[in-house]
Design a protein around this ligand. Structure first.
Ligand code: PLP
Length: 376
């Protein structure tokens, strides 16, 4: 049986969401910028999706802006702080990390907070790094490689109660519709997220931008999205967000509990292998489990698991012919032989008990193979 455990990379589109996209493609073909009825109908689809997202994160409808993906959102927010002082972490997604590296090369001052061994940042260090002229704090909610969770509420409090002027951005790609997010309570100015991580289509995302802030658009053109993102709206994909929110929001807690049980079951299994080590915080996001098999090569394990139709990812990213060590695993202190043998499993609300059983059997096969060839 196929067992898809790569849900941080992307998820399978819910059938109800695919149906809704099909319906919108057929029925709502108007351009929302048109003044006639067809345009107004398409615009109504967008408004409803904006409202649905706003409701999930405690924002107002006018604070939600659609774009193509979270990478775009992260680029747009960060590039607006060019030349200023920014605080971030060492374990952000490349769409934040590489954007900041570029800004740094152009003279922007960036402070990188080091996470502890579990992948969380130290709040005292954040407080010490903050100054009156810090312009932006950009800290992800849930890390996409190891599932560590940052306490956005406490971070927001530190910024606000310290009287700092810094704006607060959180990449919420791996937490949106999984963890509670309350932009007012957390004192957030910007969040970024994407539909394809929560059973929506690839190529659509949104930014929450606190009322009154106006980051410059990356794309010049028409005045769509109140001038913050030019380009004709992708009405069917934007509309799909409403459906996704309707399906996932009422089940967030229940999903969390079920997925936590699956993660714990896999952890118990891995603890029977003396050469396996759980990376990050076992009690972090239940959706993400990262394990190092010391001395083994993750890409070989991946292929052996694939033979059994179990799909996972390696902790180190393959780029063309080179294996690049994960900056996240390096930052939390893994040694080379742990880095090279790291596998990431990402569960979803659609993961089943049968899949977990199949995954354990496939690992037994893959690890048994490695044991037989004398690796352990
Ligand atoms: N941020 C995090 C934490 C992610 O996990 C990802 C995707 O893996 C992104 C940003 C980029 O998202 P998108 O694919 O929508 O550009």
């Amino acid at each position: 049986m196929e067992c898809y455990l790569d849900n941080c990379a992307t998820t399978k589109v819910y059938p109800e969401v695919a149906d809704e996209i099909y319906r919108l493609l057929n029925e709502e073909y108007g351009n929302p910028s048109s003044l006639h009825k067809r345009g107004r109908m398409a615009d109504e689809v967008i408004l409803k999706s904006r409202s649905a997202i706003a409701q999930v994160i405690g924002a107002s409808r006018e604070e939600i802006f659609f774009n193509s993906c979270a990478s775009e959102g992260n680029n747009q927010i960060l590039k607006n702080f060019r030349g200023k002082k920014i605080i971030t972490t060492e374990i952000e997604h490349p769409s934040v990390r590489n954007t900041l590296r570029k800004l740094e090369a152009e003279g922007t001052e960036v402070i990188y907070l080091k996470p502890d061994g579990s992948g969380r940042i130290n709040l005292d260090e954040l407080e010490s790094a903050l100054t009156k002229d810090t312009a932006l704090v950009s800290i992800m909610h849930v890390n996409n490689e190891i599932g560590s969770v940052n306490d956005l509420e406490k971070i927001g409090k530190i910024i606000k109660e310290g009287g700092y002027r810094a704006r607060f951005h959180a990449d919420c790609v791996q937490s949106f519709l999984k963890f509670p997010i309350d932009v007012r309570k957390f004192n957030l100015d910007f969040i970024t997220a994407s539909a394809h991580k929560v059973h929506g289509p690839k190529g659509i995302g949104f930014i929450y931008i606190r009322k009154g802030l106006k980051p410059e658009s990356l794309i010049s053109g028409g005045g769509q999205e109140m001038g913050l993102r030019a380009g004709t709206h992708n009405v069917p994909y934007i509309g799909s967000f409403k459906k996704i929110c309707e399906i996932l929001e009422p089940k967030m807690e229940e999903n969390m509990e079920r997925v936590r049980a699956y993660k714990n079951e896999m952890i118990s299994y891995f603890k029977t292998k003396k050469y396996a080590r759980i990376n990050g915080d076992e009690n972090g996001s239940p959706y993400i489990l990262n394990v190092s098999f010391t001395g083994l090569r993750a890409e070989i394990l991946l292929r052996l698991l694939e033979e059994k139709e179990v799909y996972v990812s390696t902790g180190s990213a393959c780029s063309e012919k080179n294996m690049k060590d994960s900056h996240v695993l390096s930052a939390i202190g893994l040694k080379d032989n742990e880095l090279k043998g790291s596998i990431r499993m990402c569960f979803s609300d659609t993961t089943t008990e049968e899949e977990i059983k199949a995954a354990k059997e496939a690992f037994e096969y893959a690890l048994g193979f490695a044991e037989r060839i004398g690796k352990h």
